[in-house]
Design a protein around this ligand. Structure first.
Ligand SMILES: Nc1ncnc2c1ncn2[C@@H]1O[C@H](COP(=O)(O)OP(=O)(O)OP(=O)(O)O)[C@@H](O)[C@H]1O
Ligand SMILES: [Mg+2]
Length: 261
């Protein structure tokens, strides 16, 4: 989007994360600093266990739901607000920053209810407005035509690719600013994967996307920026064509040349 090109929406500043407060000497993320730009796609790449999913979870504080002894140092700023500051309303934060998981995980309810669920929780009970939200969200993920005649059937009856688009639509119904995606296409067949990839690319007009992927092909095709993590550290961050064509660090070069899809 013109004019938004260099606008920062999220910033990691010397950010460290610990799963276990007691073991502060072992950070899972270690002094990470980089910026996420508005209306861009940033790919997070790196070997298994390097901290990609952890990094995503720290952006909307999702880890706090399951783990109670975590700790952070440094800052993550969303606009100018510190995500870990005492003023942050975590429910609102998670509405503004949505997460889509690797395996499509629709709620075991109808297609309609999957989308209407969050708006209802946030106080929307007008049937017409809910219908509109459902329709708009499904259109945004190119699923409307496929499901408009069976909105009341179970979401679990959809194919894997359709389920993943439904999960994206559910996320969009919250009107997020940032969408976090953790390997969103890795469980899909090639045709569904292509559809979801095209969709991700089109969504950056309206949203900012942080995409964890094991596929360097996907990262180079879709992303504007790449962050390469290794063992919890940010080895390199930069524009996608710079990182893939002329990486600054030997470790990045080794990873991208030795890794096959
Ligand atoms: N709940 C937890 N408690 C302690 N350590 C954890 C926990 N969850 C993950 N870890 C560790 O944190 C590190 C980073 O894990 P993470 O899941 O973020 O890696 P990843 O880059 O997403 O890997 P993958 O590509 O396999 O999904 C790993 O060493 C992992 O074992
Ligand atoms: Mg992961």
């Amino acid at each position: 989007m013109k004019g938004n090109k260099n606008k920062v929406i999220l910033e990691f500043i010397d950010f460290s994360f610990f799963y276990n407060k007691q073991k502060r000497e072992k950070p899972t993320l270690n002094k990470i600093s980089f910026k996420i730009y508005l209306n861009s796609i940033t790919a997070i790449i790196g070997p298994s266990g390097c901290g990609k999913s952890t990094l995503l979870a720290t952006i909307n504080r999702l880890h706090e739901i399951n783990y109670f002894s975590t700790d952070v140092l440094g800052e993550v700023k969303f606009h100018d607000q510190s995500i870990y500051g005492s003023k942050t309303n975590v429910v609102k934060l998670r509405k503004k920053i949505g997460l889509v998981f690797q395996k499509p995980a629709p709620f075991p309810m109808s297609i309609y209810e999957n989308i209407a669920f969050a708006p209802k929780i946030h106080g929307e009970h007008n049937g017409k407005k809910l219908q509109k939200i459902v329709e708009t969200s499904l259109k945004q993920v190119n699923l409307w035509e496929e499901v408009k005649d069976r909105l009341q059937t179970s979401a679990l009856s959809l194919s894997g690719g359709q389920q993943q688009r439904l999960c994206l639509a559910r996320c969009l119904a919250n009107e997020p600013e940032i969408i976090l995606m953790d390997e969103p296409t890795s469980s899909l067949d090639p045709i569904s994967r292509n559809k979801v990839e095209e969709l991700i690319f089109s969504l950056k007009k309206k949203y900012t996307i942080v995409l964890v992927t094991h596929s360097l092909n996907q990262a180079s095709k879709l992303s504007d920026y790449v962050a390469f993590l290794s063992k919890g550290q940010l080895v390199e961050f930069g524009k996608t064509n710079h990182v893939f064509v002329q990486p600054k660090k030997k470790e990045t070069l080794k990873y991208i040349t030795e890794r096959t899809e």
